[in-house]
Design a protein around this ligand. Structure first.
Ligand code: MCA
Ligand code: AMP
Length: 502
């Protein structure tokens, strides 16, 4: 038995001095360097008793070492559990306890603040800095540079990624070796990545987009990445001339278009621009083509499924659509158990080797979202047109996507409802010029009470990651409800749709 994910992504590059990561400041890490670092992490973790199947919870600023830690986990059969760097200690508390992580790795600067949360769960903390500092970095430096890959089967877990839920509780999506590998192979086929590609990587590496779509695909192809710490428009403009391809959320593309130095000449040599994680406005697509001559290739995915559909590499890339199912993936648009014909709107369902194994220790939640015939219910609303293109036309689930980050209103509402003077609340998304959507909170005071919005903001700031925090508050007498008593969020969305305009 081998370790197929390791073999495909990394094993094929063992000993090769081909470029893999171009880092800020000019250094380049070869595939061999990267694998040696991954091996050291695998040795260091194994020496601490972290075993195959154990979860490693990681909240780290993006760096080559953070990525090598992921690679080390694949090699050692350790389940990688990356966490958004914006999460607060109280959010982390849940992920650490729910996952039963064996170890928590964070930035040296966060160690003091986060150790109590980990200690409360009885797990220890190691640190890994962006400049080679920290206790895990030191352990890796001292560890051996060779590690034999731990045998893994296709159904073994490679990663656990938390995604929020409509009830306000996050669920850990269990992703297997086969989920990740089959998806990387399908994308390689679709998007024609090769060893000559240099991908401009400005995404975070704690989500499927930056970690799996971008990194796994580049590793499988044997290409290189310009590995930027974050999306900084100056750095992106400076590095684009050296890239062949770029992946981003729509905010990346609108920010580039706001920049007059982003010109046709600057990107004349580029092979491909890809967008996903949130809807790309048809208007952005058109402006991008007008400015650069490139048609952005939009694709559609989810944490639970990795990528599902993509516009074609060759053939028409249609604005406002997410294209066709990837090879090996089936998509249907359904109303309950019934598949709908072309042109009709229903829930998008997906089946294939990309679909996750289930939610971590939540079989009932998994069962709720899986059909008996193996189709996963995405919660997105869509239609398939006469030419077979999938259009995402809305969401059946109550979800806000801000700059590519998901916010489940329920989680924010539960916290708002606890605040002094608040009787109830409704959280919605409103169009935002930079983030696509942003969060609006509508509060109803208890009879005779006044709500102290500064106190509410402070309480929310302490508990929730910045991107989940409402950027606009309104206090009203009563929430609009239908005859069943359900809050009519569509009315609120209409009423507050201009709060971020201008
Ligand atoms: C940062 N802030 C945000 C966001 N990001 N607020 C709302 N939404 C956000 N997405 C906060 C900061 O904390 C800061 O708060 C303020 O907004 C302004 O920060 P700024 O410097 O402008 O932001 P930034 O650091 O430039 O980040 C914006 C970003 C980033 C570049 C769009 O959010 C990003 O890289 N997003 C990509 C997310 C992603 O990879 N999603 C994939 C998940 P203050 O100033 O008040 O302190 S979905 C996925 O993986 C599925 C499978 C898929 O289909 O891809
Ligand atoms: P996540 O849970 O972070 O993986 O987010 C997945 C969700 O992002 C999907 O269910 C969609 O609602 C949304 N999404 C991803 N890509 C696109 C896209 N190209 N167009 C519209 N929505 C998208």
């Amino acid at each position: 038995m081998t370790n197929p994910l390791y073999e495909a992504l990394l094993g094929q590059h063992e000993g090769k001095d081909t470029a893999f990561l171009h880092l800020p400041g000019g250094a380049t890490l070869t595939h061999a360097d990267f694998i040696a670092r991954a091996d050291r992490f695998a040795n260091a973790l194994t020496a601490r008793g972290i075993a195959p199947g154990d979860r490693l919870a990681v909240q780290l600023t993006k760096s080559a070492d953070a990525l090598a830690l992921y690679a080390g986990c694949i090699k050692a059969g350790i389940v990688f559990l990356p966490l958004n760097t914006a999460y607060t200690a109280s959010e982390l508390d849940y992920f650490i306890s729910n996952s039963g992580a064996a170890l928590f790795v964070c930035d040296p600067a966060s160690e003091a603040a986060l150790t109590p949360a980990a200690a409360a769960q009885g797990i220890s903390v190691m640190t890994l800095g962006t400049a080679g500092e920290g206790s895990l970095a030191a352990a890796a430096d001292a560890a051996g540079p060779r590690f034999a890959p731990v045998p893994r089967g296709p159904d073994d877990l490679a990663a656990l990624l938390y995604t929020s839920g409509t009830t306000g509780r996050s669920k850990g999506a269990m992703l297997t070796q086969e989920n990740l590998l089959s998806n990387a192979r399908a994308l390689l086929d679709c998007w024609r990545f090769t060893a000559d590609d240099v991908l401009l990587h400005a995404l975070p590496i704690f989500h499927a987009h930056g970690l799996f779509v971008a990194t796994n695909l580049t590793l499988l192809a044997g290409g290189a990445m310009i590995f930027l710490p974050k999306f900084d428009v100056e750095a992106v403009l400076a590095e684009l001339p050296k890239a062949t391809s770029m992946m981003g959320v729509p905010t990346f593309y609108t920010r580039l278009l706001d920049e007059p130095r982003f010109t046709r000449d600057l990107v004349r040599h580029m092979r491909l621009f890809i967008s996903g994680s949130a809807p790309l406005l048809a208007e952005t697509h058109a402006r991008f083509e007008e400015r650069t001559g490139h048609r952005i290739l939009e694709r559609y995915g989810m944490t639970e499924t990795s990528m599902n559909t993509s516009n074609p590499y060759e053939g028409a890339r249609r604005a406002g659509t997410v294209g066709f199912p990837l090879p090996g993936v089936e998509i249907r648009v359904a109303d309950g158990e019934k598949a709908l014909p072309a042109g009709e709107i229903g829930t998008v369902e997906v089946r294939g080797p990309n679909v996750f194994k289930g939610y971590w220790q939540m079989p009932e939640k998994t069962a709720e979202e899986m059909r008996a015939d193996g189709f996963f219910i995405t919660g997105d609303l869509g239609l398939i047109d006469e030419d077979g293109y999938l259009h995402i036309v809305g969401r059946g689930k109550d979800l806000v996507i801000s700059g590519g980050y998901n916010i489940y209103p329920k989680e924010v509402e539960l916290l708002l409802d606890e605040q002094p003077g608040v009787l109830e609340s409704a959280v919605i998304g409103a169009p935002h010029p930079d983030f696509g959507e942003s969060v609006v909170a509508i509060l109803v005071p208890e009879a005779g009470a006044a709500i102290d919005l500064d106190a509410v903001r402070a309480a929310v700031g302490e508990k929730l990651a910045r991107f989940k925090q409402p950027r606009h508050y309104a206090v009203i007498d009563a929430l609009p409800r239908n005859t069943m008593g359900k809050v009519q969020k569509n009315i609120l969305r209409e009423r507050y749709k201009h709060v971020f305009a201008g």
